[in-house]
Design a protein around this ligand. Structure first.
Ligand code: GLC
Length: 425
């Protein structure tokens, strides 16, 4: 885990930087935890400066670990101690149920603002009638491919995982024969953490193997289609994917793809802006399509991800913290993030915005994938979601390292049955 540290940012307002903006009350200092993946920290810092200018308040930015799993551990530890260290927290879409008791109800502070967002996300953030977070950006898993290489070798983007496997194998072999010995077919997030849950859920759902647990709370993961999906993924490691993929997170996969050493990559949309960056070796050579189907009878499935903003119940300045949440999640701020860095807005109207579409030509096509994205079973598992997910990613990781999928999935099924019994969901 990266050490987390607090960086005190420039004190804009009190030094006279807030031209004309008079705060209604005495200025306060609050803190926000921001992610630091790719350009996230920079985006957060810039946006926070705009709010400081507008309100005269000050904000301390606390950077947190990149891995969703490590960040949750940090939050749980801090919140359990009822610290006022965090006022605003950036939380994963799957944590509303886990953290709800530590978060304030934002509804009284936000007026009609939630109505502009995807209703499904507002529902996601509503726990026992309390709006415990506001959507900041949404995510869906997508397939990145090397346009130039597929064209050179005469392939169209794959429709199924089986096709992806064949194309990856063929281009990897051909490129290696030409001397590009570090070339791999496919990189994804295979480390034992939340990112692997997202990847594996996509494989399984695309084979019509369900979403681990169904809406009624029944454990569904032990089925032939899920086993087929996981077995196929197991066959990638050491063939079209490096063994190192077992320790890859988003940034590790992006590093390999962006260097030019992979034909395909599974990642979130943020990787688009970086792959297209001025200094990117694959600039202009990348395409993005929905993740493949699990065979001709399967479907495209992308896991729903994304990050939301919440206010800690232990904050001494809930009104200012909620005002920062309202500002950062507003349409103009979401537009800046979308145009500059390919973060998907949570406000459907922005998908019709010409500037957003010009910066991210694939966003228009992404909208249906976002609307039909596969949700992780966080609603049904509520506070127990992290346990469910860690049981799942551990089992998947075992399959990727060589355990036969059938028996390992049966064992997972018993673990989840026990969890369900204890949790009484
Ligand atoms: C992305 C998603 C988040 C997910 C995480 C897994 O950050 O937005 O929802 O949990 O990846 O690594």
């Amino acid at each position: 885990m990266r050490g987390w540290f607090a960086a005190v940012l420039a004190v804009v307002a009190l030094a006279g930087g807030a031209a004309g903006a008079q705060p209604a009350r005495a200025p306060v200092e609050i803190s926000i935890s921001c992610g630091a993946l790719g350009v996230e920290l920079q985006l957060c810092t810039d946006a926070v400066h705009r709010w400081e200018k507008k309100t005269g308040n000050r904000v301390r930015i606390v950077s947190t670990p990149n891995s969703s799993t490590d960040r949750l551990a940090l939050y749980l530890q801090m919140l359990a101690s009822r610290t006022d260290e965090f006022d605003v927290l950036q939380i994963d879409v799957v944590w509303a149920g886990i953290l709800a008791d530590h978060l304030i109800d934002l509804r009284p502070y936000l007026g009609d603002a939630p109505k502009a967002h995807f209703a499904s996300l507002i529902r996601n953030d509503t726990v026992n009638g309390r709006l415990v977070a506001m959507p900041w950006w949404t995510d869906v898993g997508v397939l990145y491919y090397r346009k130039d290489l597929l064209a050179e070798y005469g392939f169209a983007p794959p429709q199924t995982w089986q096709e992806m496997t064949r194309i990856a194998r063929a281009i990897q072999a051909a490129e290696r024969a030409k001397g590009h010995t570090r070339m791999w077919g496919y990189v994804f997030q295979g480390r034992a953490y939340e990112g692997l849950t997202c990847n594996a859920l996509e494989w399984i759902d695309s084979f019509n193997g369900g979403a681990i647990v169904d809406a009624k709370g029944d454990i569904t993961v032990d089925n032939p289609r899920a086993i087929e999906a996981l077995s196929l993924a197991g066959s990638w490691v050491g063939t079209i994917s490096p063994r190192g993929v077992l320790n890859y997170d988003e940034e590790a996969a992006r590093g390999v793809f962006q260097t030019g050493d992979a034909v395909f990559m599974r990642n979130w949309p943020y990787a688009w802006a970086l792959a297209q960056g001025q200094d990117s070796p694959v600039r202009g050579k990348v395409g993005v399509v929905p993740l493949p189907k699990g065979g001709p009878g399967g479907k495209h499935a992308g896991t729903l991800g994304g990050w939301h903003l919440a206010v800690s119940r232990y904050s001494k300045h809930p009104a200012e913290a909620a005002s920062l949440v309202a500002f950062l999640t507003s349409a103009p701020e979401q537009k800046i993030r979308a145009v500059k860095a390919a973060y998907n807005p949570t406000i459907p109207a922005l998908y019709g915005d010409p500037d957003v579409l010009a910066a991210n030509p694939f966003f228009g096509a992404l909208l249906p994938s976002l609307e039909s994205a596969t949700a992780r079973p966080s609603r049904v598992a509520g506070p127990h979601y992290n346990r469910l997910s860690s049981d799942f990613w551990r089992a998947v990781h075992d399959v990727l390292t060589g355990d036969p999928a059938g028996p390992r999935v049966a064992e997972l099924n018993s673990d989840l049955d026990r969890l369900k019994y204890r949790a009484r969901w």
